[in-house]
Design a protein around this ligand. Structure first.
Ligand SMILES: [Zn+2]
Length: 491
């Protein structure tokens, strides 16, 4: 059969799926940014229906046959077409190997687990969630076996978020972090340097913070005619297509940094989605290539740029103009010290730049131990607390501030957490290869050219090799942290 007919049908299917995704995303965006609560059941039902529709378009006999024809003619396709076909084939194999009824039961389970997790966290009672969690882990292990019984199940999970990442590579990555960051933190805690960040906790009116957020976003280079900024409890970015990229931030009157760094972080994600090549428009490749690379784009702004002296020097005057009283007599040096202050804390999302990856290390080691059946769910709280003490030197006072703090496991998201740490490490590496550039226009230019434009056309490894001439190397991250905090704390 002529492959062109198959290609035509394939492209139409992809466009349909892109359109359904768009509708899905806007409904989810709406739900998170102010849609009426009472509409939730119908929204949930509609979303469920649209997801089934997507599945029906992609997973059927015709789609399978078309993919086979296209794979046989892969050298006649453009790079973009070939990559889409390969991705679809991979997805097809994954989806078709898991029995439909088990997948449905699993979705019902994770739905229920949202509630049991929420209740467990509220009542600070891990046992309310533990039964569901145990079942989720069993399903995850079973699904991984269906997909490839010979592969380490955790590698199968990783493949959904970070193509090419494996347990072996992560073990090496985290052992390097452990070796370098844990002793660095110990030294900081023993140091006599005291950093004052009281001025950040003064009253900063929310309406001024919102104005500042929009201004910072524009300074970063975000095009507000092709995107928008709103507010939500948990900040997030939604890149539906390059002409409609949405992000949210949150504001706390007595914590000016929270809103500032949220907008820097989400702004980094949003710039990625906004600057994907127009050649990929309306294809399945018009999004970030992996969670790790995506996170590198948010972290590079949040940490490497916004927390640098050079950039503070540049944006502090904007802030002083807005908050003349609150920031009276505050110098670049004061601001730099305060924004970089290290303090081990229980909650991951509030962690400073140095201790953040240690929070991730705790989660990675736990996930691996659970999946490899070296750890029972019942023993999780104690295991968590021991790890927190070992790496961060603190013990959570309760499970709500410990093992129950994150929503991820109730959604079945295993293998997701490590991408946060990979993002920080990639950010340090990219920053190194752009010669520690902090000027917003030049930063954006480098990121556009080396990362954004490719969307999902290249894998994380290919992006790293092309832009840095080497694969991910945690040495850049470790030495960046050592240099920065050795200076800051006079170690
Ligand atoms: Zn992020």
């Amino acid at each position: 059969m002529d492959y062109k007919e198959a290609l035509n049908r394939f492209r139409i299917k992809i466009e349909k799926v892109v359109a359904i995704n768009y509708a899905n995303s806007i409904m989810e965006w709406d739900a998170a940014t102010g849609a009426p609560k009472k509409g939730a059941p119908m929204r949930g039902e509609s979303l469920g229906f649209l997801t089934v529709l997507q599945h029906e378009i992609l997973i059927n006999k015709e789609a399978e046959e078309d993919l086979e024809i296209l794979l046989q003619n892969i050298d006649k396709l453009t790079d973009i077409e070939a990559k889409m076909v390969k991705n679809s084939k991979k997805e097809f194999v994954k989806m078709s190997r898991i029995p439909k009824n088990e997948l449905r039961d699993y979705h019902m389970l994770t739905n229920r687990a949202q509630h049991s997790w929420e209740e467990a966290r509220e009542k600070d009672d891990f046992s309310i969630f533990s039964k569901d969690l145990k079942e989720i882990i069993n399903y995850k292990r079973k699904f991984a076996k269906y997909i490839d019984a010979k592969e380490h199940p955790y590698n199968i999970f990783l493949d959904d978020y970070e193509e090419g990442m494996t347990v072996e590579k992560l073990n090496a990555f985290f052992s390097k972090l452990k070796e370098r960051i844990v002793p660095l933190l110990k030294k900081i805690e023993e140091s006599k340097t005291v950093i004052n960040d009281d001025f950040l906790k003064k009253s900063y009116p929310i309406y001024l913070q919102k104005e500042a957020a929009t201004e910072l976003l524009e300074i970063m280079g975000f095009d507000l005619t092709r995107g928008m900024l709103k507010e939500s409890t948990h900040p997030f970015t939604m890149g539906t297509n390059i002409d409609d990229v949405r992000l949210t931030s949150r504001y706390d009157e007595n914590n000016m940094l929270s809103g500032t760094l949220s907008v820097a972080h989400e702004g980094g994600h949003a710039l990625y989605e906004q600057n994907i090549s127009r050649d990929l428009f309306n294809t399945s490749l018009a999004t970030g290539t992996s969670l790790g690379i995506h996170e590198s784009q948010s972290r590079i702004y949040e940490n490497n740029i916004f927390k640098s002296k050079e950039f503070i020097n540049f944006y502090l005057p904007f802030l002083v103009k807005r908050y003349p009283e609150q920031l009276k007599d505050i110098t670049t040096e004061n601001f730099y010290n305060a924004i970089n202050r290290v303090e081990p804390s229980f909650i991951r999302v509030d962690a400073d730049e140095l201790t953040y990856s240690l929070h991730i290390m705790v989660r990675y080691e736990i996930e691996l131990a659970l999946i490899e059946e070296r750890l029972e769910v019942e023993d999780l709280p104690e295991y968590w607390n021991n790890k927190m003490f070992e790496y961060l030197g603190i013990t959570p006072p309760n499970n709500s501030m410990g093992v129950l703090q994150d929503v991820h496991w109730s959604h079945g998201l295993f293998g997701y957490f490590p991408t946060y740490a990979l993002g920080s490490a990639y950010a340090a590496q990219f920053s190194h290869y752009m010669n520690e550039e902090k000027e917003p226009k030049k930063v954006l230019e480098w990121l556009n050219k080396n990362i954004h434009t490719y969307g999902s056309l290249l894998t994380p490894d290919e992006i790293s090799l092309k832009s840095c001439g080497e694969l991910l190397n945690p040495e850049y991250f470790c030495s960046y942290l050592e240099k920065k905090f050795t200076n800051l704390y006079n170690l």
